[in-house]
Design a binder for this molecule. Structure first.
Ligand code: ADP
Ligand code: MG
Length: 564
């Protein structure tokens, strides 16, 4: 190969990176190795940040969360075989959560299939049930077409994961620079093509208004689809104009601030039980919303469902009025129609909710003021709330997982801005937190991130502390350490082994950060927690706070009915 050859020829690695750049991809997550190693350097050459994690699992979760936060596909890059399989959990999770994501994997080449080649695996078939679409690129000349397809499918309709693999021979293939220009302009043309988001017809909007106007006890339920659709301004207008109470799902939070006077989250059980007309905005009637069924919901509640996925309608309940379209566009149309003939939600309903909220908030507040040593969830979360409340906007992004840690955290920690809270999501997956925190930090450069983790949830990807420190990300990881899953007090049934849900008691997780040069704190009191959290956030450095929680404070189900 002569020098002039390498100047006029471009290989598959360079081409993939160049096309990703054309598509507006500015970060990718992954673990490098044969056959994709060079892809990392090529991304960097194209000014695409490459975030190397220590395992593909957190990289894949990061890519999905990055897609959700950015509103366009997040990219994960893996090696063939085991690396790819590790990332399938993130791909599946993205699809289930409706996050746009592309998993790019190396793969064994055709001539090696079924020969027992290095890391040979039928990845395409493994990925198929967990993705919206899967592709195998057989020729370097097809790279642009397939990557554009992957990008388009991941973000279209209901967003989700797309899998695309490059056999090693295709990555090594070379193309003349003249042909490359053509592929790049193909990609640029694709990405600049305007998108047409679906909107409902005027009569559907008219019927929506009618149902809301006739309702005695209407409610808006805001899901993560509304956050993803960036519908916060339109929804605020609708809620304020109608004076209509709203309830946010765990990841729908922040679209409208928790502190909004019409937030019914402190009266959740009451509004589920008594609402007669419910406008679902980007929220599915799955387990998170008790399937829309009695006894949690009223028998004759009418649902209006606003969604970009027509197949979703009527899944668990007959939907009185499906409104098919993009949330932002739909709510804009509803607002226009309301402006023509304004009306207000009955005041008696609002008052009833307000009273219930006040009563429940009083109960919770008095519980939060109880000082405990060792700390319990309430006391520790209250300390965190004190710090978060005192901070100016934009507040830190909050990533939250762990059974009790996440459940209580959802109640106690306020969320005031859209797309600023990520949690275990549709599957209730534990182990997403480190990847989500990294994605949040890359997505919002300079903004702090708090990763609030149960000790069990943290353990899934605890080594990513090294990644956070290596990239100097301002992430404060707070581990609520209660010595185990749910808690560390379970008795073992086997005298020679510990209980299956318990961990080494009083573990010094903070030393993991210390090992790599991050800030680290061992915390036993609320005062110490306030001080360490403030100091860590101010430093803008990666930190790990190991918070000792009473091992008997947790409950198995994390049931919160007593608080509603
Ligand atoms: P949550 O867990 O908060 O209840 P879900 O993930 O169950 O939220 O529901 C989100 C819904 O939002 C999905 O049904 C998805 O199809 C829908 N969705 C996503 N983006 C849009 C959009 N731009 N317009 C309308 N609906 C959307
Ligand atoms: Mg625990």
């Amino acid at each position: 190969e002569t020098i002039s050859d390498s100047c006029t020829l471009i290989d598959g690695y360079q081409l993939v990176a160049k096309i990703l750049k054309c598509l507006g991809i500015n970060a990718a997550f992954g673990v490098l190795g044969i056959p994709v190693t060079k892809l990392g350097i090529c991304c960097q050459q194209e000014r695409i940040r490459f975030i190397s994690t220590r395992h593909e699992l957190p990289a894949s979760y990061a890519a999905g969360a990055f897609g959700y936060l950015q509103g366009k596909p997040g990219v994960c890059i893996t090696v063939s075989g085991p690396g790819c399989l590790h990332a399938l959990a993130g791909l599946a999770s993205a699809t289930v959560n409706c996050f746009p994501m592309i998993l790019i994997s190396g793969a064994a080449e055709n001539s090696q299939i079924d020969r027992g080649a290095f890391q040979e695996c039928d990845q395409l078939r493994a990925a198929l049930p967990h993705a919206k679409q899967v592709f195998r690129v057989e020729d370097i000349g097809e790279t642009a077409r397939y990557l554009c397809r992957a990008y388009h499918i991941a973000r279209s309709g209901r967003p989700g994961g797309v899998y695309i693999e490059f056999p090693s021979n295709v990555l090594h293939q070379r193309l003349e620079i003249s042909k490359v220009e053509h592929l790049l302009s193909f990609s640029k043309e694709f990405i600049s093509c305007p998108r047409n988001l679906p909107t409902p017809t005027p009569d559907v909007i008219e019927r929506t208004i009618q149902l809301l106007r006739m309702a005695e006890r209407p409610l808006i339920v805001i899901g993560k689809g509304a956050n993803y659709a960036c519908a916060e301004h339109e929804l605020a207008q609708l809620i304020n104009n109608l004076n209509i109470p709203f309830l946010a799902t765990p990841m729908g939070k922040g679209c409208i601030p928790d502190s909004h006077p019409l937030s019914a989250s402190a009266a959740r059980s009451l509004v589920l039980k008594e609402s007669d007309v419910v406008l679902l905005v980007g929220a599915r009637l799955n387990w998170i919303l008790h399937y829309g069924k009695p006894p949690r919901w009223s028998d004759n509640c009418k649902f209006i469902q606003l969604d970009i996925c027509e197949e979703e309608f009527h899944r668990n309940m007959n939907i009185a009025l499906p409104v098919f379209g993009d949330i932002r566009e739909c709510v804009k149309l509803i607002n226009k129609a309301v402006a023509k003939e304004p009306f207000q939600v009955p005041i008696s309903w609002r008052n009833k909710i307000r009273q219930k909220c006040e009563e429940n908030t009083r109960k919770l507040e008095s519980r939060l003021q109880e000082l405990r040593i060792p700390l319990d969830f309430h006391c520790a979360l209250n300390a965190m709330r004190v710090v978060i409340t005192s901070l100016p906007k934009p507040k830190p992004i909050l990533v939250s997982e762990g059974a009790n840690t996440m459940d209580f955290g959802r109640l106690i920690l306020p969320v005031e801005e859209p797309r600023s809270r990520l949690d275990a999501g549709t599957w209730g997956t534990m182990g997403v937190g480190m990847g989500y925190a990294i994605a949040s930090s890359i997505s919002y450069p300079g903004r702090s991130v708090i990763a609030l983790e149960g000790d069990s949830a943290f353990g899934f990807s605890g080594m990513e502390i090294e990644t956070m420190i290596r990239y100097n990300l301002p992430i404060v990881t707070v581990v609520f350490n209660n010595n185990g899953i749910y808690g560390g007090t379970e008795k073992s049934a086997d005298p020679s082994d510990p209980a299956p849900t318990s961990f080494v008691p009083n573990a010094h997780y903070e030393k993991i950060a210390e090992a790599f040069g991050g800030l680290s704190f061992w915390i036993e009191t609320a005062e110490e927690l306030v001080k360490a959290l403030r100091e860590s956030l101010e430093s803008k450095k990666p930190a790990l706070l190991n918070v000792v929680i009473d091992p008997s404070a947790g409950t198995e189900s994390g049931s919160l009915t007593s608080h509603n």
